[in-house]
Ligand binder design. Structure first.
Ligand code: EZ4
Ligand code: CO
Length: 412
């Protein structure tokens, strides 16, 4: 089963997506997600110029060997561009193996460990009434776990607050899913950690009073705090029983979580920007986190993320795979097959893609009663409609960034 063709397809239905499509000599195809939000074309070059030529003529059935070859032979290891590229190859090969076997990928990974995947959605608002409305509309859509992000008095625009980042009137696209805004320059937003720390506990108190003690609530700190600020926040949120506090400190400084951990029992999640097991190794071994946020798309594929999560399982640490709209439906499907099969699944982030994206990527995964399921089509269960994809050429897009009141660049 030799690989005959390796195509890199860039499409921008609601936002940019990079997809690797492998075709075998006997006509089987496999898809892999290689989307790196805001830096998409660097991955396209890595794949087209350096990886695709190595794949032609190689054996599509050798997933582990291909992964080790791409990882080790490059000599320059890790990093988001490299690992997103390798991830797409790994996913595409699992897709092909599933199709060759006539089985969904989760069956090849050991079979289902549960009936479906609990998923959380993103509620947000500038002020309380908007936040309540956003939570209610997510509950109506079936979400049973909800991330809550809030505006902060005195701050004009904060990443992840839908009503502020809504930059379109296009009714076909729901822009509550954090658009990477198209344009030649990133949008500038503002930030003030003191104001945020003062405001956030009151928001969670109000949400708990309105929606009761049972609804799992999550919050994303988006790398904005110092360790001692994060420790203080974790403590002040304890009465509201969060499912997790995510990215409370910059992910690079892993020691920071030790300090946070010593001060609070609020569960901690980190790792959406991590690329390999090495980024998680100490955090897992020292039990400094509760959830692994790694995405299949950015951790080098299904194969290495499965190993990372199995390592985490030895410490009762669970999965919380990254699932914003910048993970394509192919990457989401891969996450679902992995999440369904591992023992230590925790929760899956799930933001619905826009309608155009759903037309480009034909999906067989399902969303019912707050639960995701990858479906039972052979392989990953997502096909790329190349005619539709061709309608939407790449558009330059950047994530926003932050400055403090005095002009200092801050983590966004
Ligand atoms: O900011 O995926 O938890 N989810 C997030 C995301 C990330 C984007 C960056 O590309 O933090 O919204
Ligand atoms: Co996040």
């Amino acid at each position: 089963m030799k690989i005959a063709k390796a195509e890199v397809i860039v499409t921008s239905p609601d936002r940019n997506f990079v997809t690797l499509k492998l075709t075998t000599e006997d006509g089987l195809t496999g898809l892999g997600d290689a989307t790196l939000n805001g830096r998409e074309l660097a991955v396209v070059s890595y794949l087209k110029d350096h990886v695709a030529p190595l794949l032609i003529g190689s054996d599509a059935s050798r997933i582990e060997d291909t992964w080790q070859f791409l990882y080790r032979s490059a000599y320059w290891r890790r990093g988001p561009v490299t690992m997103a590229s390798i991830a797409s190859v790994d996913m595409a090969l699992w897709d092909i193996k599933g199709k060759a076997a006539g089985m969904p990928v989760y069956q090849l990974l050991g079979g289902a460990s549960r009936t479906g995947l609990m998923a959380y959605g993103h509620a947000s608002g500038k002020e309380m009434p908007e936040i309540f409305d956003s939570i209610r509309s997510h509950l109506e859509e079936g979400y049973r776990s909800i991330r809550v992000q809030t505006g902060v008095p005195g701050l004009k625009a904060i990443y992840g607050i839908a009503s502020q980042s809504m930059d379109t009137t296009d009714a076909d696209v729901r822009y509550d899913h954090e658009p990477a805004r198209r344009g030649a320059k990133p949008t500038e937003e503002d930030w003030d950690t003191r104001a945020y720390l003062k405001h956030l506990p009151g928001v969670f108190e109000a949400v708990r009073n309105e929606f009761g003690p049972d609804l799992p609530l999550l919050h994303d700190g988006h790398h904005r705090m110092t360790p001692i600020q994060a420790a203080k926040l974790g403590k002040s949120l304890e009465p509201y029983d969060l499912f997790w506090l995510e990215d409370c400190t910059p992910a690079e400084n892993q020691e920071a979580l030790r300090l946070v951990r010593q001060h609070t029992t609020t569960p901690l999640a980190i790792g959406e920007i991590f690329n390999t097991v090495w980024d998680f190794k100490d955090l897992i071994r020292d039990q400094l986190i509760d959830y692994v946020r790694g995405a299949v798309t950015h951790m080098g594929g299904i194969s290495p993320l499965k190993k990372t999560l199995e390592y985490a399982a030895q410490y009762q640490i669970k999965s919380g795979m990254h699932g914003p709209t910048d993970i394509s439906p192919v990457g989401m499907a891969a996450a679902m097959h992995l999440g369904l099969s591992i023992h230590n699944f925790g929760i899956q982030e799930y933001m619905k893609h826009g309608k155009r994206t759903d037309q480009v990527f034909e999906q067989s995964y399902t969303w019912e009663n707050g639960m995701l399921h990858p479906g039972d089509e052979p392989g990953l269960g997502v096909e790329l409609n190349q005619d539709e994809a061709g309608k939407y050429p790449y558009e330059q897009a950047y994530l926003p960034y932050n400055r403090l009141a005095d002009g200092t660049v801050h983590d966004w």
